[in-house]
Design a protein. Sequence first.
Lengths: 283, 246
Amino acid sequence: MNGIEVKAVSKSFQHVKALNSVTLTFKENKIYGLLGRNGAGKSTLLNIITNRLFSDSGTVLVDGERASENDTAQQKIFLMSEATLYPDTMRVSDAFNWTKEFYGFFDSGYAESLCKEFGLSPKKKIKELSTGYRSIFKIVTALSVNAPYILLDEPVLGLDANHRDLFYKLLLKNYADNPRTFVISTHLIEEVSSVIEDIVIIKEGEIIKNQSCEELLKAGYTVTGAASDIDRYTAGKNVIGVDVLGGLKSAYILGEPDKSVSSGSLEFSRLDLQRLFIQLTNS
Amino acid sequence: MNLKPAIKYQLRDFVKGVGIFYLVIYLIILFLYVLVAVQINDSDSNISGLETATFIFLFVAGLNSFKNTFKLFLQNGLSRKTLFVSFSIAALAIAFFMDVVDSINHLLLQVIMPSQSIFDQIYSVKYVSQPSYVRFFDKFVWFLFLYVAMLFLGYFVTSLYYRMNKWQKLAISIGVPVFLFMILPLIDTVLTHGAIFTAIQNFLIFAMGFSSGGINPYIFVLTCIVSSVIFGGLSLLLGRRAMIKE
């Protein structure tokens, strides 16, 4: 298995460059966070991987096989997208049955148990589901499909806090029971930060970070204290952003904390993923 | 290609529509039979050309066969190639099935009242001295390929509309009828003095199997096969680069 290899993929919509020579690999049995601001190119990338869109140039390989217009490669991937691609009049149970037909390894019993946990009625037609329950229906399908690569594009769209919490728990349990690759594209960075192992940050169609979450967060730190102390401390350091609240200032700095600088008011803590994301993706 | 489930889905998609269609047809026949037998009491009454409803139904079925299936197939990891091949196989199977049902219907209908298919009406002269099984076989083949052609025509139109943007759709929807029913007759009347419509008429007569050499319904079968290949080929080309519109 080679994972999903994206090689120099570019895509434009009219005059807007959505992806600019993107190269990356989603390795097997890892949980990735695909993060980026609105319009950064996350969904475009996932749609190209899953053959829903064609790239202008570049290739995508799944376990070494060309992904575009290749049933064998595509049978290894399942994308839960924001858009619902099932017929509106189809019942949830029928959608499960057809998914089992197309992906032989769909676990119907597991899907049924997930429906009970989320309170989703399999008898309902897809058009009768609210935004949140449409997401739940797609989550249940994605978790039950047992394909080696599961791509989740905004999976918690419209879900309340309880259902979001349940989703993250189920995702981790599912991953522990049956390790495979999950790629989660989301705006809710704080929530997903405890789940993801590796992070891919995409900005204006280009990959600006692609490393483990731990590594990324270790690359810097947060220092908080009195504004004057922080200004003194940060002089000459690689500051990626600051927040000021009254007389208190927080600075986000890349590098190792310099604890030799003694000042009672300084407090060091690890970088916060969401904060780092905001700083990295602010134009 | 993951063809087996794809064909199964395409067939399942047709089944409900076909069931409703025949239910309506049987109700219409029953209604007409009761009307003729009880109300009009006219022994010369007949029901003819029911197959017209079948080929119109198949054209509409073709129109409804692209968008939803395309989306569902992409959701489930099936390629555009699989979509087209599975549609083509399902189209042949459905056309064959409906041809069989229509043939049986026609035989049954003849028991209760006089009935002529459009094939009988068009080509009756050719079969005056032929055994009935020859007419039956030729009619079966004739309708089979007509049905297939109607499915591919519908599929082509819907594939074309899927690929076009709003303005292109508008231009085609207005432009084609305006050209066919206003501009072309105007040109034909003013500039060519009827030559265009005479040529079209001659072509259609030839395509239906009528020529100076005699009547041959298989010319129309060939016309349907060529049309199916053209519409199918164009649909394949259109579908090959179709992308999801969200």
